[in-house]
Design a protein around this ligand. Structure first.
Ligand code: HXC
Length: 257
């Protein structure tokens, strides 16, 4: 697919996806989401690639779903067309996806970032779910994921008032893994992705699957699930290599990466 709304490049084992609708603050229209999911699917299918970074511009990661595209939708079109459902693909990727957020991450932009495995924020980042000001509410997981990240009180305030959260508050409340100077954002996100891509790919995928399971099940079930995957790891060459390398005081050469 030739992309028009994103830039796609690979650097070694990492893919960098840059949302690129500068005139619309990277508003997320159907084409952009189709292109992002196509690029991520390509990463899934390419054994040489181990992780992705999604980023936007200095001014906006993404200012939300494209209001101009959805303004005239009626209920039947939204319901029958299952509006927004293609976005779910982003959260279903098995290889890690990191969001590198500078500027506005609003509405669907905040939701897209939260679909990623973790968010690294520039000091300029501003997160919010301002849908209430448009006569709607979040529709791509915002009421659910934001609540799990920051707790009910903050999520409720943000969803009901549209208040934005700056980077320092986002870090304090667990929405982002860390805040970095704006000019270091891409470098830091790519470095994290490269680090991940250098580990054993199946082990990374199992670790991601196991952390995500904690959102979907009880503690006892989640621990049982983790234990099964943990046991399975002893059937991989990479477990042998990783532990042998530690004992031998050398750098591991993982086979599956
Ligand atoms: C379509 C958008 C847009 C959006 C900005 N633009 N956000 N177009 N959809 N979400 C367009 C503007 O119309 C304008 O186009 C251009 O981008 C620049 O925006 P300005 O408003 O002039 O810039 P600025 O004054 O710097 O303000 C930036 C901003 C503001 C604070 C981010 O644009 C803003 O409030 N945007 C909307 C944020 C929002 O409500 N997001 C939630 C969307 S609903 P023109 O052509 O006029 O130059 C949503 C629902 C999700 O996401 C549900 C499921 C996915």
């Amino acid at each position: 697919m030739a992309y028009e709304t994103i830039l796609y490049e690979t650097r070694g084992k990492v893919a960098l996806i840059t949302l690129n609708r500068p005139k619309a603050m990277n508003a997320l229209n159907a084409q952009l989401i189709a292109e992002v999911t196509d690029a991520l699917t390509h990463v899934e299918q390419d054994p040489k690639l181990g992780a992705s970074v999604i980023t936007g511009s200095d001014k906006a990661f993404a200012a939300g779903a494209d209001i101009k595209e959805m303004a005239s939708l009626d209920f039947v079109q939204a319901y029958v067309g299952d509006f927004i459902s293609p976005w779910d693909r982003v959260g279903q990727m098995r290889k890690p996806v990191i969001a590198a957020v500078a500027g506005y991450a609003l509405g669907g932009g905040c939701e897209l970032a939260m679909m990623c495995d973790f968010i690294i924020a520039a000091e300029s980042a501003k997160f919010g779910q301002p849908e209430i000001t448009l006569g709607v509410m979040p529709g791509a997981g915002g009421t659910q994921r934001l609540t799990r990240f920051v707790g009910k009180s903050k999520a409720m305030e943000m969803v009901l008032t549209g208040r934005l959260m700056k980077a320092d508050e986002a870090e304090r409340s667990g929405l982002v893994s860390r805040v970095v100077p704006s000019d270091e954002l891409i470098g830091e996100a790519l470095a994290a992705a490269e680090k991940i891509a250098d580990f054993s790919q199946p082990i990374v995928m199992m670790a991601k699957e196991s952390v995500n399971r904690s959102y979907e099940t009880t503690l006892a079930e989640g621990v049982r699930f983790e234990r099964r995957l943990f046991h399975a790891m002893f059937g991989t060459e990479d477990q042998k290599e990783g532990m042998d390398a530690f004992v031998d005081k050398r750098t591991p050469q993982f086979k599956n990466r």
